[in-house]
Design a binder for this molecule. Structure first.
Ligand SMILES: Cc1ncc(COP(=O)(O)O)c(C=O)c1O
Length: 404
């Protein structure tokens, strides 16, 4: 029985998000499952990548990241956070936030340690925690508010807990964690000596005048926070794989060791182009993302609600969790497949953001509850309008079959 894959991968299932993307491709459905844009990055950004390749920036860069990109990141993040960051000690460029989170968890978790995750969660956190040999503990946040309660957080912490992972603005719930919730996170981390790993990839996608608060900026947290970010979403370059980790030197050193052996480095010419983008794009570019996406959110939430879905407008990021009463009786996964079949729209089953399957109030797979689907709205307005029309046809067909 030697020719077997390792045990650690046997519990991994195929990412449901990628399964839905595959089904969408096979059937020609509009893909609102995976969070990537269906429009181009800014033209200048593309030009800078081509120039970097033509200029010979094609070999390995410094493992921790091209110095020009680390310097540009130190300027941008340092300015936003109101601190001085040292690009040589505090910042590591990774292959996307995905590798940033993975390298951070692998850098701080020992086998047998516990890591606390907030449920529903971005699905990568669980398998990566398991790769590190850690046990996952979950704090379930319940709809419609998905608020963090300090008591629930404390209840998930044990003497073995080493780290807590927080994602704000949040995929899939659309929450932007409030100052009060982050204060609860801060108190729990300080009281229990926890390391906080943050995923802030949607930092610029905040709506209705809300503000993203970087947890590392909270009093006493800089020393114990590993902040992960990336440019996939901000520059619409999900395929470039440019992310980063900001952490105090002891953690940065550990993250760099993992990163070095895992990937060596992010794509060299694309790092150079990303550095130029950070140095050149005005602050109005980032503010514009929030304005543009708030309008997309409103357009899309209206289309969902007019077709009978129940949802709240997200506070940030670019996803909507919506209940589908017209598909009642189906599980979330069946409902997602049915939506592809009946309406030509791919979404993600809400249950794929949960680990605990035991049905209880507020859980998307609870028997008898309308299934919950997550839609990504980082798409052109034409695409969102096309989806709106398909949803209308679905609603009309449902109405007709109910009348008949
Ligand atoms: C919360 C969250 N973190 C990380 C990622 C992946 O980011 P990257 O493309 O930088 O690896 C995503 C992508 O959808 C995400 O939603």
């Amino acid at each position: 029985m030697a020719a077997q894959p390792a045990q650690r991968v046997r519990r991994f299932t195929e990412s449901v998000i990628r399964e839905m993307t595959r089904l969408a491709d096979e059937t020609g459905a509009v893909n609102l499952a995976q969070g990537f844009p269906d429009y181009d990055p800014p033209a200048k950004v593309l030009q800078w990548a081509q120039e970097a390749i033509a200029a010979g920036e094609n070999q390995y860069s410094v493992t921790w990241g091209d110095p020009r990109l680390r310097q540009a990141l130190a300027r941008k993040i340092g300015h936003t956070w109101g601190v001085e960051l040292d690009p040589d000690r505090d910042i590591t460029v990774t292959c996307g936030a995905t590798e940033g989170v993975a390298a951070s968890l692998l850098a701080v978790l020992n086998p047998g340690d516990e890591v606390v995750l907030l449920e529903p969660f971005y699905e990568n956190y669980v398998p990566v925690s398991h790769l590190a040999g850690a046990k996952t503990r979950f704090v379930r946040l319940t709809p419609p508010d998905y608020r963090i309660e300090e008591e629930a957080l404390r209840a998930a912490v044990s003497p073995r807990t080493r780290a807590l992972v927080v994602n704000t603005p949040t995929n899939p719930t659309g929450r932007v964690l409030s100052a009060g919730e982050l204060e609860a996170v801060r108190r729990v981390c300080l009281d229990h000596d926890l390391i906080l790993i943050t995923d802030e990839i949607y930092e610029h996608y905040v709506y209705d005048g809300r503000r993203h608060i970087p947890p590392a900026t909270l009093s006493g947290m800089a020393e114990r926070t590993i902040s992960v970010g990336g440019l996939s979403k901000t520059l619409s370059i999900t395929g470039w794989r440019i992310g980063y980790v900001v952490a105090p030197p002891p953690f940065s050193e550990a993250v760099r060791k993992v990163h070095d052996f895992l990937t060596v480095g992010a794509p060299a010419p694309l790092q150079v182009a990303a550095a130029r983008a950070l140095d050149s794009l005005p602050s109005s570019y980032y503010a514009g993302l929030a304005v543009t996406f708030q309008a997309k959110r409103d357009r899309f939430v209206k289309a969902l609600q007019e077709a009978g879905f129940r949802c709240r407008p997200p506070e940030g990021a670019y996803y909507v969790m919506a209940e589908a009463p017209m598909l009642a009786g189906l599980s979330d996964t069946e409902a997602a497949r049915e939506l592809i079949r009946r309406a030509g729209i791919a979404a993600v089953p809400g249950s794929s953001f949960y680990h605990t399957q035991a049905p209880d109030p507020g859980h998307p797979v609870r028997a008898g509850r309308a299934p919950v689907l997550r839609f990504a709205f980082c798409k052109r307005d034409e695409t969102l309008d096309e989806v709106g029309e398909r949803l209308q046809r679905l609603a009309a067909a449902k109405g007709a079959s109910a009348a008949g």
